[in-house]
Design a protein around this ligand. Structure first.
Ligand code: UD1
Length: 509
């Protein structure tokens, strides 16, 4: 189609949606810029936009004001038969569940989906968050830690169920415009951290236009619409349209674990969680930690009066609902099933969520932000708006949970062994590089303190005393503390990077 007819189409659509200002500079653009602008315009579903914006804003203000449903007396806690947890399950039962998970891995039925399209705004870096190193003795990045955990689970599965024909855990990595190039390059530079190249699939999520508080879509410059990633719930459309769903079918995967990039303690392809969900024949599941402070920025898993499970996001819960105490345990929160952004979906559940008729039922959520823009009247670029000026619209990955109906389960884990996210920069005091580093080393130290051979090795070899030596365990050596008890090869592990030391005693350096 010629540029002139594309322009005419665009003009008609924009006029009907009251967005004609996007063409204000069209006549002054070069031909290639005109083509770019038209391409941007053609990607947007203009007839749907006004209703999406209206709905997202209404949802937000309703939630902030009341959370009527959550405060209603008929709110139902998650029933015990839909819950499991490592701390209150007998070790033999956890071992049985782990075997179910490991067998699925050994048979090549398990995939993982990493959500790595976020812009890391709070962390304040301009590169993908997965590249971040929190200052561990080994200097490993989040991506490397995650990848090595997948490699280790693969090895554990092969050891437990030798001779199975599975082709390995398949890893789907969702990136965005902002993170795609840096992520792919990093994995290539590091030879996929030991994963098989054919088992790693990168796919890019889509974007959604940013809308000014006056309802007008923002320009980024004279020939581009300002947009942002469409939220981690953009997974489902991207998974379908980028061919990943078809890839899942071709590889014969039956279940997938979804996880966020920022939790340094994430158990990638967690056989316990996967085993629990498979054992319960759940279609979807969520891993949780107990939320102890009403102010903590975690969503909470709830069971609505309609019988559907869902997550109520921290940004959309009223203070009174978040603070409500459980009448049965007055010192605990009623809404305490804290979402740690690790989910389970069967391949069938995922295929359902990716169908357009389901995917379009997921609502957009609004976040009011400061967004750079190009003034549609003068063409000047405003890099740092003085106040919040725009709405970013995002879908949330967990908004598919209601589609599972009652086939939904929750797996509770101890925070100290599974949840320490990197959200903020080094100057913060929580969810920051320091706390991630601290929590990971504390966990590894509990694993190693149970190993007599390691304690003896430490005493013989450490230049300083044990209390001022930090020790990190490579995920390639141990996934969750296993295989450390009575080893005799500690010297070899130090040489090969299985464990890494760091002395905190400044006098000895
Ligand atoms: C998220 C959860 C919240 C949970 C918390 C735990 C969602 C919507 N919220 O909140 O319920 O309690 O983690 O730490 O899941 N991402 C994309 N594309 C995007 C936006 C985000 O891939 O467009 C990825 C991020 O890279 C990250 C994950 O999704 O890996 C979570 O996003 P983030 O913005 O960090 O979520 P939180 O607000 O912390």
């Amino acid at each position: 189609m010629s540029l002139a007819s594309r322009l005419e189409n665009a003009r008609q659509q924009l006029s009907a949606a009251s967005q004609l200002h996007l063409l204000n500079f069209y006549d002054s653009l070069t031909e290639s810029e005109q083509a770019k602008l038209l391409k941007h315009i053609e990607r947007v579903d203009w007839p749907a936009l006004p209703a999406i914006v209206k709905d997202a804003l209404a949802q937000r203000s309703e939630a902030k004001n009341s959370n009527t449903e959550l405060e209603a007396d008929d709110f139902r806690p998650i029933p015990p038969d839909a819950c499991g947890g490592r701390s209150y399950t007998a070790p033999e039962e956890v071992a049985r569940l782990r075997d179910i998970g490991l067998e699925a891995v050994a048979d090549g039925r398990v995939g993982v989906i990493l959500l790595a399209g976020g812009q890391a705004t709070r962390l304040g870096v301009r590169y993908p968050k997965g590249l971040y190193e929190v200052g561990l003795p080994s200097g490993k990045s989040l991506f490397q830690l995650h990848a090595e955990k997948a490699v280790r689970v693969q090895a554990m599965a092969e050891q437990r169920f030798p001779g199975r024909a599975g082709g390995g855990i398949v890893w789907y990595i969702m990136t965005s415009e902002a993170t795609q190039a840096g992520t792919v390059k990093f994995f290539e530079q590091h030879n996929y951290f030991g994963l098989r190249r054919e088992n790693v699939v990168f796919f890019k999520q889509f974007t959604f236009p940013c809308v000014g508080l006056d309802g007008r879509v923002l320009l980024a410059d004279r020939h581009r619409i300002q947009s942002s990633p469409d939220g981690n719930g953009g997974l489902y459309r991207a998974f379908r349209e980028r061919g990943c769903l078809e890839h899942v079918r071709q590889r014969g995967l039956t279940c997938l674990q979804i996880f966020g990039v920022d939790n340094i303690l994430t158990r990638v392809a967690d056989p316990d969680f996967i085993g629990f969900c498979l054992d319960k024949r759940a279609e979807m599941g969520a891993k949780i930690v107990e939320k102890t402070s009403p102010l903590e920025r975690v969503g909470v898993v709830t069971l609505g009066s309609d019988g559907a499970y869902r997550v109520v996001e921290y940004s959309e819960i009223s203070a009174s609902a978040a603070s409500r105490a459980d009448p049965a345990f007055p010192d605990r929160l009623l809404l305490r099933a804290g979402n740690i952004c690790q989910h389970f979906l069967t391949a069938d559940g995922l295929a359902k969520a990716c169908q357009p008729e389901y995917e379009t039922r997921m609502r957009y959520h609004a976040a009011v932000k400061r967004v750079p823009y190009c003034d549609p009247d003068t063409g000047s670029l405003i890099d740092s708006p003085p106040a919040e000026n725009a709405i970013k619209l995002e879908k949330f990955v967990f908004d598919v949970f209601p589609f599972a109906g009652p086939k939904f389960v929750v797996w509770e884990v101890p925070r100290e062994s599974e949840f320490s996210p990197l959200k903020n920069g080094p100057s913060a005091s929580s969810e920051c590089p320091n706390t991630c580093r601290r929590d990971l080393l504390a966990l590894h130290s509990t694993w190693l303190s149970a190993s007599d051979t390691f304690q003896a090795f430490l005493q013989q070899n450490s230049k300083t005393d044990a209390s001022s030596t930090e020790v990190e365990v490579s995920p390639l050596l141990s996934y969750s503390g296993e295989d450390l008890a009575n080893r005799s090869d500690w010297q070899e592990q130090v040489r090969s990077g299985g464990i890494t030391f760091h002395s905190t005693d400044t006098s000895s350096s």
